[in-house]
Write a protein that binds this ligand. Structure first.
Ligand SMILES: [Mg+2]
Length: 196
């Protein structure tokens, strides 16, 4: 039986969907490297945050004109999908306006249909509380998402998790990877050697 592998979408398969919208809203040209914590934390004034949210809800999300798929992600996930039972696992809710989150769900679904159609929608998991999930392996950019029932925890490096120390990751039983090519080496090359 193939091992189960959960793969996150935002900041794992793709770069931040929010950053291009923040740049458009502010008239700036920030890159992810300009942030050490979550991009929305740039809005320290609650009224500006509210205006940004209103703007965000007028924008097309997960369109090919703004989303960048990470290098090698499609190629490596395609290979992984042959060796593992792969599930794409992602939250779509916008917690400030949960009942208006449908645009994020629809945008993400159509993005997956365009770029990851080799993973069936039957293997999509849209869930905020990912800690509830059980799997052999999980790849995610948020350490909070690794629950007790994940055997191998792989943190995908993102602008907002760079300051998490290697000591903390070790204590939590998490390993860090920086690229999809790293994942290929870790989960596919080691599989050939029989380690996984
Ligand atoms: Mg993510």
């Amino acid at each position: 039986m193939k091992k189960t592998l959960l793969i996150d979408i935002d900041d794992t398969l793709i770069n931040s969907f929010e950053l291009p919208i923040v740049n458009q809203f502010l008239g700036t040209n920030y890159g992810e490297e300009d942030f050490k914590s979550y991009i929305q934390e740039i809005f320290t004034d609650p009224s500006e945050m509210e205006r940004f949210h209103e703007f965000l809800f007028t924008q097309k999300v997960y369109g090919d004109d703004t989303i960048k798929v990470k290098d090698d992600a499609i190629r490596v996930v395609k290979k992984l999908s042959k060796a593992y039972s792969v599930y794409l696992c992602s939250d779509y809710t916008f917690w400030q306006k949960p009942w208006e989150s449908d645009r994020f769900f629809v945008g993400k679904f159509h993005f997956l249909k365009r770029h990851f159609n080799f993973i069936s929608p039957l293997q999509h998991i849209f869930l905020k509380e990912k800690q509830l999930l059980q799997a052999d392996i999980m790849i995610d950019d948020r350490i909070e998402n690794f629950g007790e029932n994940i055997r191998q925890r792989i943190l995908f490096s993102a602008y907002h998790n760079k300051t998490i120390s290697s000591d903390e990751l070790r204590d939590r039983g998490i390993i860090r990877v920086d690229t999809w090519s790293d994942i290929e080496s870790l989960l596919l090359d080691s599989k050939k050697r029989g380690d996984n």
